[in-house]
Design a protein around this ligand. Structure first.
Ligand code: IVH
Length: 665
């Protein structure tokens, strides 16, 4: 039985959390600080853990995932999810409007102009105000049930402001910023990058781990209600207002218009301004505002006759490849980059595009002096669409793989055969060191904000640092030798940040080290699993590959990294300088907060000292003896009198395995 006051507290907590969530994610107007929000959220999670019966389908805890999906069920749509006919220029849109005027036999028709969001369409079913099903478009007749994943999208309400049954449709999408971030991580981890935000949305919504989906920060705009007459709605504009009232995120740029000129103006305005939006749009959707008129016009089997997509021109440009340079990244990967004759495209001047790797160049037969057609993937990243081979005149130069590192002249090669990238193999390469330092100081790694790329460049060029660990050997005197623009105040600030960064913890260090194929998530998983760097360094290949999410390549690269003398030396130095090389959970201000925990017998996984450290860094109190106040006794092999005493006192007892399983340590 769950006490009434707890039930009440839970309902209240859900309400406030979702209210803050709504202000943050739908209205873009945060009411409280992140840390206050986290506190409320953690309180909710704790209540749900303590009283599992409490959790309801609208619990904000669904927002953070936590579920592994086996497969997506195929579900039939209530009514087919149609797509839209396209128009591409002013003549075609005028023709569309003329046809409507003719069909309806009048010419004073009102339209809505909406932005055409480049994501994937979704159908959401609510029963009694609760989100019960989210289905992808699929083939239009049936789609995949992706409810668990959609629940992680903060702007999709789990509970509406009215307890009604309703089915709505809209677009889920990945904001450009998120798309860029994910691709950066994927590139670091050696995974193929997504071509545009739409592909990354499609890839994300089909992930089987809802926690991963939650981290991708998808967003939504809803624009359609099935059977709007049930809610007494007469127009699309009213429907959008109703959707807003219910708690959905609707696009703020929708406009009611009454002439084809206004439609064209709206279209032109967004061609010029779409680059400023935080999400990708590929056109305008023009809809007849009045539902009765929509009904009269009806649908074809494929698309409605009352709406049309007015696409933006695919922005492409032709330019010449002046040169190809080679950039050396932190893991030594050498990336060929095409340098163009500058050309204006989609709101900015484009001067270069990554050619990714040498297989990419060979497959497309890209050469220096070639003319190429370029566009921006997802409206952001310049890329070559085609090589205009008909424009070749014999002056083209084949791009050869560098035989040595373009920066340090060191050896280059592949670190394993499955990899397409070639790398500089010299551990002391300055380019690698600079990139490594950039990763090391980045926010997601050791967070040393005072050290930007320019300063890193100067420090490395002045030979103040030869390897990452030397960062912790910098002092006032050394930094002062840089002279120009670097005064004592700035130096003190940087040194303080460097000092503070020592406390970042093992997960951050592992990410910061730039181990090939090890991104943030794997770094954290490793830190949690091995707890300190010594355990990880000793880990055999078999142990590494047995970890969820770690395949052969990743396991091999971790194994190799910790057997590399250069890396071992850096780690020893970091230890010497007092950089924290064990894991400390930051997620839940201590899973053992205020719990008194004692251990008896011999543990398999760690020493008694390490166990004590584990309890303490997670907020618990380590006890040497069993008393009435003890909350938990963990039992290893050959336990003795402490176990007997705990049994007598009715204290919770867990075996070592049960303990690690339960707390996912
Ligand atoms: S209306 C029957 N409105 O574009 C109603 N669609 O190419 C059809 N889309 O499948 C959809 N933004 O995924 C509509 N404001 C918007 C839209 C929009 C994006 C997508 C939608 C549709 C596709 C058609």
């Amino acid at each position: 039985m769950i006490p009434e006051n707890i039930k009440k507290e839970y309902v209240e907590l859900k309400k406030v959390i979702e209210k803050y969530n709504y202000y943050y994610y739908v209205l873009n107007n945060p009411l409280i600080s992140d840390s206050d929000y986290d506190k409320l959220f953690n309180k909710l999670i704790k209540l749900e853990e303590k009283f599992p019966g409490l959790k309801t389908p609208d619990s904000p805890s669904y927002r953070v995932g936590g579920k592994i999906i086996n497969e997506f069920k195929t579900v039939q749509h209530t009514t087919p999810m149609l797509s839209l006919d396209n128009t591409y220029n002013e003549e075609e849109i005028i023709e569309f409007i003329n046809k409507i005027n003719k069909s309806l036999n009048r010419n004073n028709i009102e339209y809505t102009c909406e932005l055409k969001i480049d994501g994937i369409s979704i159908s959401l079913r609510y029963e009694d105000g609760l989100l019960t099903q989210a289905i992808t478009r699929g083939n239009g007749i049936s789609g995949d049930d992706v409810t668990d994943n959609v629940k992680t999208i903060r702007s999709v309400p789990l509970k509406l402001n009215k307890n009604i049954n309703i089915e709505v449709r809209g677009e889920i999408f990945m904001p450009k910023k998120e798309f860029l971030k994910i691709n950066e991580i994927r590139e670091d981890e050696g995974l193929p990058i997504f071509a545009n935000p739409r592909n990354s949305t499609a890839g994300t919504i089909k992930l089987l781990d809802t926690t991963e989906v939650s981290k991708r920060h998808l967003d939504s705009f809803i624009y359609y209600i099935l059977s709007p007459e049930n809610y007494n709605l007469k127009t699309q504009y009213e429907a959008l207002c109703f959707l807003k009232e219910l708690g959905f995120k609707i696009n703020p740029h929708t406009k009611k218009v009454a002439s084809v000129e206004e439609i064209i103006d709206y279209w032109k305005y967004w061609i010029d301004n779409k680059g400023k939006l935080e999400y990708d749009v590929d056109g305008v959707v023009v809809k007849i505002n009045n539902f009765e008129d929509q009904r009269i016009l009806g649908n074809t089997s494929r698309s409605p006759r009352w709406a049309i997509a007015f696409k933006f021109p695919a922005e492409q440009a032709v330019t010449k490849i002046k040169d190809v340079i080679f950039q050396v990244g932190s893991t030594g990967i050498i990336t060929p980059v095409a340098i163009f004759e500058p050309v204006f495209l989609d709101g900015s001047t484009v001067q270069r595009a990554s050619l990714h790797n040498f297989d990419y160049i060979k497959e497309r037969d890209i050469r220096i002096n070639d003319y190429v057609k370029i566009e921006k993937a997802g409206g952001i990243i310049p890329q070559i669409v085609t090589v205009l081979t008909e424009k070749r005149n014999g002056n083209e130069v084949i791009i050869e793989e560098p035989k040595e590192c373009p920066v340090c002249g060191g050896k280059v090669g592949k670190i394993n055969h499955s990899e397409v990238a070639i790398r500089c193999l010299n551990p002391l390469c300055k380019a690698k060191l600079k990139r490594s330092l950039e990763v090391w100081v980045s926010r997601d790694a050791m967070n040393i904000q005072g050290l930007g790329p320019k300063l890193i460049d100067r420090i490395v060029e002045a030979n103040l640092i030869e390897k990452i660990s030397d960062l912790y050997n910098l002092d006032h005197f050394k930094l002062a030798t840089l002279g120009h623009g670097i005064g004592p105040k700035m130096i003190s600030k940087i040194l303080k940040q460097i000092e503070d960064s020592k406390q970042s913890g093992l997960d951050k260090v592992l990410y910061a080290l730039g181990i090939p194929n090890v991104g943030k998530k794997i770094a954290k998983d490793l830190a949690k699993k091995f707890n300190n760097i010594d355990n990880l360094m000793k880990a055999e290949y078999d142990e590494l590959i047995s970890i969820d999410g770690i395949g052969a390549d990743i396991a091999q690269s971790i194994y190799d990294f910790f057997r590399n003398e250069y890396a071992i030396n850096i780690i020893n130095e970091l230890k010497k300088y007092g950089v924290k090389l064990y894991y400390e959970s930051r997620e839940n201000d201590g899973i053992f907060k205020d719990m008194q925990i004692c251990v008896t017998g011999e543990l398999k996984k760690m020493t008694r000292g390490q166990f004590k450290e584990l309890i303490e860094i997670n907020g618990g109190i380590f006890k040497d003896s069993v008393t009435k106040k003890l909350n938990l006794l963990v039992v290893g092999n050959n336990a003795g009198s402490k176990l007997e005493k705990a049994k007598k006192l009715g204290i919770q007892i867990l075996t070592e395995d049960e303990f690690f399983d339960r707390y996912k340590l």
